[in-house]
Write a protein that binds this ligand. Structure first.
Ligand code: UDP
Length: 415
């Protein structure tokens, strides 16, 4: 496990007590005691960039504090491999991608090398997303329980890719999806666990106005006019060009500025091209700021979300969409497309506004910018909704229950 990635994330379990109450903490300790010393090895394809890395960095140290021998490793791959897995990702989301036999060969060849080189040692192997899926081939020799955690909505996948991946999926003892609507018919047991945010991480904790101001200064942002913010990797599925289009429609009538901030992920070679296109589209417009931000810029993201008047998430497809919970936790009014896990978080007209098109996004944005009281009410409701449903403590509890269930499939556990 790369300790440098997670070492500074060590928040103590007790620190969550003022936010969620002592019963929740006691419950986690009780569940953890039934798994004491069990080895749980998480594997994905990147230590930084995107929601999966975000969650693992926070959840692994908490599992360790609860007595579980939790670790986190990544598989290796070159650009050719990650180009293929990005195509898989898009195709699983239903986007048209031509997957060739060469692509499948590249995937299998790199996966075989990973199967040989990845050190695996656990009671429970927790494999995240398609990139490391072929590690299941080592189940026969290693034994243990194997869980595939799918963070992608695979309800309407490209048939070729799903048929190819399904061969491996069915080898797992259990699969986990973020929502019942995201899954597929499978012979093994399926669990639904929605992701979460950590209210104590640098990305979400309370920060002072002076920190916010220093970030705005650093990026040359003027908070004198309403600021619309979308934080996302530069990815076509996050529709940055659609955001610019909607923003331009609204700005005709309301003076405002747009911030598109995001980085690239090491497992997403397409992002540099998207960033170029976005820059070209924004041109010299002084009200549109494109901010490429390096990995680990958590405080900056926190500050930008807090400085936002409205947070946008105009994704065309989405897994869960952690950025939504991050914004709602900060009591921000949100305009987001009704895709993937977003409607779980944005209850239309209660915790934010959902849209289905550029026109709809523009209409919703205009509504929020011209009705600050309504916007504040939505943001307040959003904060409460996240507190009840999408904090890391709920997530840890569901992971513990999942581990107990796969570890003791036929036992009644007396808690
Ligand atoms: N994020 C980040 N840096 C960036 C862009 C995004 O740290 O440049 C974070 C963002 O704050 C969120 C996560 O990465 O915590 C993105 O998760 P989400 O589920 O929204 O989308 P994904 O990237 O996994 O598709």
């Amino acid at each position: 496990m790369n300790d440098t990635v997670i070492s500074h994330y060590k928040t103590r379990l007790e620190e969550y007590q003022p936010i969620v109450g002592s019963n929740i903490i006691d419950e986690l300790k009780l569940l953890g005691s039934h798994l004491a010393g069990r080895k749980v090895q998480n594997i994905n394809s990147t230590f930084s960039g995107g929601g999966v890395a975000e969650i693992l960095a926070r959840i692994v140290p908490l599992l360790q504090q609860l007595g579980i021998d939790a670790t986190w490793d990544v598989i290796q791959g070159d650009d050719a491999f990650f180009n293929v897995t990005k195509k898989f990702h898009n195709a699983l989301h239903g986007r048209d991608e031509s997957i060739t036999t060469d692509d499948l060969d590249i995937f299998m060849e790199t996966s075989r090398r990973n199967n040989e080189s990845t050190a695996l040692d656990a009671d429970i192997f927790y494999i995240h997303d398609p990139q490391p899926i072929m590690l299941i081939e080592r189940k026969k020799s290693l034994g243990g329980k194997w869980i595939w955690r799918c963070h992608v909505d695979v309800s309407h996948p490209d048939k070729v890719v799903w048929k190819f991946l399904r061969k491996y999926v069915v080898g797992y003892d259990a699969t986990v999806f973020s929502s019942p609507e995201f899954s597929q018919q499978l012979p093994s047991r399926q669990y639904m666990i929605s992701p979460s945010i950590d209210p104590l991480s640098d990305k979400n904790r309370e920060i002072s106005q002076s920190v916010i101001q220093s970030v705005l200064d650093k990026y040359g942002l003027d908070n004198g006019k309403p600021m619309v913010v979308q934080i996302s990797r530069f990815d076509y599925l996050k529709d940055p060009l659609g955001v610019i289009q909607a923003f331009r429609m609204v700005r005709k009538g309301i003076d405002c500025q747009l911030v598109l901030a995001g980085g690239t992920a090491t497992d997403d070679p397409e992002s540099t091209q998207v960033l170029e296109e976005v820059r070209e589209n924004a041109g010299n417009d002084p009200d549109i700021k494109i901010l490429p931000i390096p990995p680990g810029s958590d405080l900056e993201i926190n500050a930008l979300q807090r400085a936002a008047t409205v947070v946008f998430q105009k994704s065309l497809k989405e897994g869960f969409g952690l950025t939504i919970s991050e914004a709602l936790w900060k009591s921000k009014p949100v305009v987001a497309t009704a895709v993937g896990g977003i409607p779980q978080q944005v209850r239309n007209k209660v915790t934010g506004l959902l849209c289905h098109s550029v026109d709809g996004a523009a209409y919703a944005l205009k509504q929020l910018l011209s009705n600050p009281d309504y916007a504040a009410w939505l943001g307040k409701n959003g904060h409460e909704h996240v507190k009840q449903n999408f904090l890391i403590t709920r997530h840890v509890k569901e992971y513990l229950l999942l581990f107990l269930a796969v570890d003791n499939p036929s036992e009644i556990i007396n808690l």
